[in-house]
Design a protein around this ligand. Structure first.
Ligand SMILES: NC(=O)c1ccc[n+]([C@@H]2O[C@H](COP(=O)([O-])OP(=O)(O)OC[C@H]3O[C@@H](n4cnc5c(N)ncnc54)[C@H](OP(=O)(O)O)[C@@H]3O)[C@@H](O)[C@H]2O)c1
Length: 304
């Protein structure tokens, strides 16, 4: 097997994928890309080839991508402004000889009427990869259970409740760790070329059901108040969130925009994410973690 490149390797997904990949292949076959290679010194000491890469600057990318056969392209962080970054990465990878690109996409990224604006740059990136000449695998991850157990549950516990515009829409929340394990499976097994996999957890829950579970585990109340999209915008405005991704202040206090959050809720409400698959078990040989397991693992960080 040729060398495998992981981008964004100092992020949450990337670091976990790098550590797991090192359990499956020789360290000399692992290339890790980051804007902050110093944060990966421990993995470099284990023999991984750690390289600088900034997708905003195409000039540094040929050296970053050289010698790789497969690339795990982890979507960069800022919704609405990342397609150009991804295009730079794909073009440099293919020019350097990468033959298979595995991309961390989103459930329902290909649903034309899905109102979630986050899907626009995921689908645009998928199309860039499909047209690149490399083989592709799109990993269309459901919403992360960790995002529910951490950033959603903690403020809800502190306030005793939260507004919500997801209605009765359900999501099979998936553990990021299971998505990482599936990505490593796709990178190390044959037969995943030119496939799109929707990766989900084992059970569908509405947001009120998920918050009821958190409340029961915490032993504290969480009152979910159903509101419309305008009220949801007003709630995020009051928190100081920018409306649009282009207004996000780099390294500012709120790294997301309200139009992303509100349209994500709208997509849940309209049923776009209400899908459950068994791809994680088929690719990893392991049942996906439940939302309850992920919540119990986070309980130590909750304000109880
Ligand atoms: N399905 C869901 O519910 C859900 C939830 C959260 C996130 N996600 C997706 O999963 C992705 C990874 O999540 P995460 O938690 O690992 O996020 P994260 O920790 O913020 O990682 C994002 C990575 O993007 C890389 N990056 C940012 N700007 C870059 C640039 N200019 N050039 C090259 N790399 C750049 C960073 O790598 P370096 O700092 O190492 O350069 C960073 O490690 C997110 O971007 C998002 O698309 C999905």
């Amino acid at each position: 097997m040729g060398k495998i490149i992981i981008s964004g390797a100092s992020g949450a997904f990337g670091r976990a994928a790098a550590e797991l990949l090192l359990e499956h292949v020789q360290a000399s076959d692992v290339i890790l890309l980051s804007r902050t290679p110093a944060n990966l010194s421990e993995l470099a000491a284990r023999g991984a080839d750690v390289r600088f890469a900034d997708f905003d600057d195409p000039a540094n990318l040929p050296a970053a991508m050289g010698g790789g056969e497969k690339l795990l392209l982890i979507s960069t962080a800022r919704v609405g402004t990342r397609v150009g970054q991804h295009r730079n990465a794909v073009e440099a990878a293919v020019a350097a000889g990468v033959r298979h690109i595995v991309y961390t996409s989103l459930i329902a990224a290909d649903a034309p009427d899905n109102p979630a604006i986050v899907k626009l740059d995921h689908r645009a990136t998928e199309e860039i990869i499909e047209a690149s000449g490399a083989a592709w695998t799109h990993l269309r991850d459901s919403q992360y259970a960790e995002a529910i157990a951490g950033p959603m549950t903690i403020p809800a516990l502190m306030a005793g409740g939260k507004p919500d515009n997801c209605g009765e829409g359900a999501v099979a929340f998936v553990s990021r760790d299971d998505c990482v394990a599936t990505a490593v499976g796709v990178l190390t097994q044959p037969g995943h070329e030119n496939k799109a996999y929707v990766l989900t957890g084992p059970e569908l829950f509405t947001i009120p059901q998920a918050m009821a579970m958190a409340s029961e585990i915490a032993g504290k109340p969480i009152l979910v108040e159903q509101v419309d999209d305008d009220a949801m915008f007003a709630y995020f405005d009051a928190l100081g969130a920018p409306r649009h991704a282009s207004d996000i202040v780099p390294d500012g206090p709120i790294p997301w925009s309200s139009d992303d959050m509100v349209t994500f809720g709208q997509a849940i409400r309209e049923g776009y994410f209400a899908e459950k698959t068994d791809w994680i078990e088929r690719i990893t040989g392991r049942k996906p973690r439940s939302l309850r397991e992920v919540m119990l693992a986070h309980k130590g960080s909750w304000p109880l």
